[in-house]
Design a binder for this molecule. Structure first.
Ligand SMILES: NC(=O)c1ccc[n+]([C@@H]2O[C@H](COP(=O)([O-])OP(=O)(O)OC[C@H]3O[C@@H](n4cnc5c(N)ncnc54)[C@H](O)[C@@H]3O)[C@@H](O)[C@H]2O)c1
Length: 316
């Protein structure tokens, strides 16, 4: 296997999510080169120009519109191409449309590059990660989805606001599907080692059932609310993409809730979903044995079943 060139990334799909992600990657100087590919060539060219005009205020790098042959020497290929949710539409409603798009994109990737890491961002992200894995034939560690990285960021943000503490000091994960069956893993949530309920009590909150339900619902409904108000979500996911890319490029071995193919862990098999995972230069390193309560484990199985029935209905 060739050594991955982490100086270069590709973004396939340059809509709201693709362009916000590239903008964030540019600001973080994560790569020296990013090629933008979109079915709408003008869109890719326009975004490449617009984002490049910020370079004098950042660090030198090449950002340009290209085509599939430009993937040949990219170490990381990010896929955000696909329709987004319309108001009232669930992520799972997008399955048919976006699976068809992936059937046109993945063979093109494989034609020019068999060594890259694939990062799937388009929705429904867990299903499409599994589609990308199947169609590419890449090893499981090299195909991952952004999963619940964004949901977990929303969770930390809301908990930080609620508890009057830096969101970076909150250690908490949303697990399972990036979608309606996702689970807030409260039992292991903590603020720098202080169990979450204890920290809540320190701040004067004692009605745990009401507060946890409210916050978990708010996380789950964030995308619906933003889409209703402004049509699409893209800044939060742009930062999430950057965070995952940094972990890979710098071989950080960071623990992130990315969507990966689960085999024999947590009693699950044959489905892509998010659990806290060590992420580094090989993509997925390993899942960590995250502590879940019995109820959370049961919810995780339910979430996996939801995804499996979608996979089955879609013939994946
Ligand atoms: N994973 C997450 O947390 C998360 C968050 C927000 C949005 N999303 C998803 O990201 C996807 C993109 O959302 P968006 O708001 O950027 O949509 P958008 O409509 O703004 O952009 C989609 C882009 O994909 C391009 N495209 C379509 N078919 C293509 C093909 N075959 N090849 C190349 N390009 C193609 C379109 O031309 C368009 O520019 C959606 O599926 C959305 O649901 C995921």
């Amino acid at each position: 296997m060739a050594v991955a060139n982490f100086r270069k990334a590709a973004m396939i799909g340059c809509g709201f999510v693709g362009s916000a992600s590239v903008y964030s990657l540019m600001q973080g100087s994560v790569f020296s080169e990013i090629v933008l590919i979109d079915a709408n060539k003008d869109k890719a060219e326009g975004e490449a120009l617009d984002i490049s005009h910020g370079l004098p205020f950042a660090k030198p790098m090449k950002i340009y519109a290209g085509d599939y042959p430009d993937l040949a020497d990219a170490g990381l290929i990010i896929i955000s191409a696909g329709a987004n949710q319309k108001p009232g539409e669930t992520r799972l409603d997008l399955v048919k449309k976006n699976t068809a798009i992936f059937k046109s994109i993945i063979p093109q990737i494989v034609k020019y590059n068999k060594d890259a890491i694939l990062l799937v961002v388009a929705n429904p992200v867990d299903i499409l990660t599994q589609v990308a894995l199947k169609l590419s034939g890449f090893p499981k560690n090299r195909v991952l989805g952004s999963g619940t990285t964004l949901d977990s960021a929303r969770f930390k943000y809301l908990l930080g606001q609620h508890l009057g503490v830096d969101a970076r000091s909150v250690h908490a994960f949303i697990i399972g599907e990036h979608g309606d069956s996702e689970i807030a893993a409260w039992s292991s949530a903590n603020v720098s080692g202080v169990p979450i309920h204890k920290f809540c009590e320190m701040r004067g909150y004692t009605d745990h059932d009401a507060e946890t339900t409210r916050i978990a619902e708010e996380v789950k409904n964030s995308a619906y609310e933003i889409i209703k108000k402004k049509g699409a979500t893209y800044y939060g996911i742009g930062m999430s993409v950057r965070r995952i890319c940094e972990a890979i490029v710098r071989d950080e071995k960071s623990i992130l809730p990315v969507s990966t193919y689960i085999e024999g862990k947590y009693g699950l098999d044959g489905v892509c979903l998010s659990m806290p995972t060590i992420v580094g230069a090989d993509g997925v390193d390993t899942l960590i044995p995250y502590e879940l309560s019995e109820q959370e484990l049961a919810q995780l199985h339910k979430s996996a079943d939801t995804l499996k029935s979608v996979l089955k209905d879609a013939g994946i």
